[in-house]
Design a protein around this ligand. Sequence first.
Ligand code: ARG
Length: 562
Amino acid sequence: MNNNQLIASLIHIDGVSEEDILSLLTQPKDLGYADVALPCFRFAKALHKSPVEIANALAAEISQNLPSFLLSCTALNGYLNFKFSRENMAKETLLKVLSECDRYGSSDMGKGKTICIDYSSVNIAKPFHIGHLSSTVIGGALSRVFKTLGYNVVGINHLGDWGTQFGKMIVAYKKWGNGMDVEQGGVKALHKLYVKFHQEAEKDESLNDLGREYFKRIEDGDPESLALFAKFKEVSLREANRVYDRLGITFESYNGESFYNDKMQPVLDLLAKKGLLVDSEGAKVVEVGDDMPPCLLVRSDGATLYATRDLAAAYYRKNTYDFDKCLYVVAYQQNLHFRQVFKVIELLGEPWAKDLEHIAFGMVSLADGTMSSRQGKVVYLEDVLNSAVQKAKEIIYEKNPNLENKDEIAEQVGVGAVIFGALQNNRIKDITFSYDKVLNFDGETCPYVQYTHARANSLLEKAGAFDPAKANFSALENAHELVSAIASFGDTIKAAADKREPSVVTRLAVDVAEIFNKYYIDNRILNAEEGVREARLLLTFAVKQVLKNALSLLGIAAPNKM
Ligand code: ARG
């Protein structure tokens, strides 16, 4: 139990559950007042008493039997104020970190629950561009957050590997491409072919028909077309995996759109049987309400759509994994698409429709004005990572020329900066990405957090072995803010899961780093007197551990030196 839960269990008010109390507990901005407070205004009506009377009565009752983790329980203006025993809280928190280390912050609250997370979901034969950065790192972070809370997580890369564009690719490849170019040039070469196809098709309409014909051949299982399609997929995935490795991303499933080719008909049949599938100028649609256009599922030429495959995928996931939640980490541009798909499932009467959630996020653009789609200029994610690492290298060679493994650390710092930069704001915000901003060692950035971790580590190395049993925790009264931040790590992870919001974790990491750096200026650690020294070293250890665990949740390495 954490402190808030312990407090909630002390408060007994008729008709109010412990959960209600827990949700009402607040942390005042000014910790001098109280560490946690309960506003009693909500209870006035039911109890026929004023909030002031209620708070006073509760304070008197709880103070009579004050548990050891509390220093005081008092009432003020209708608020019930709790102060923790700082010494005890420091002791409990730091010893917990010491005994749990890499597990600190984890829990088993999700035990027995399955959560599917559809993320990254790149498109085959198309650039893995900066637009996929957010989905990839938000989805990756959420996967780790839920795993840390004991959930069974199924990470799904719903590959965009179906559609007429693959017929066009085959035509382009047969006309202008060759195996060598594609083998060496990878997706860039494939993308070039695709661009060329569209240029040529402007002049020669018949190419589009040919493209459709070749797509039909893929659908019909023509060996030559299938082999080429498989080749494109292999080349694309090889490149994507290179990026995933650097970002620390893994998936449980790569079932993409093509996987659902033979799984759409049963869903269409079900819709027809329920009378939900209606003809509209030769096409088949489902009416999804007045506030949305109908959901188009079969085109007049018989072709299925992105939405049709998403419907089949939702059923497949429910049947295969029996998920408690299925999250789709996809840009907000697809809001309408998901509202339509979820509505269709609701209309089908599936009770699990409510467990489908679109986790939307904003757009990423580069500060220097290059934005993927608008100017037709594609910014490859791999190039962004390479540039960030290159810049990190320059900084590190200048700052710390004697450091060993400079290149390895530059990779960790550069890639970390990109990930952290993409996770730092509320996900729904659009972000303008700037290398200088994310690589600033003194800002609210990844290098700052990593650097603080390395600093804590070097302090501990200098100290050598020490005996935690000698720690005098009363020496940490002035470190209460830092101890509180460390103690809140488990709740932070839960909040990140509840809100599906990795920025909650980046925020805590920056806070812990900032508070520690301030503490470190004002308090001697290595040459403090016995007892004080051990307590402060233990605090330093906990800072290092929490920063490491937080970064690891985000998929970021915590180098010991930098
Ligand atoms: N491939 C799509 C895109 O790049 C994203 C797919 C998201 N997942 C899904 N189940 N629709 O826009």
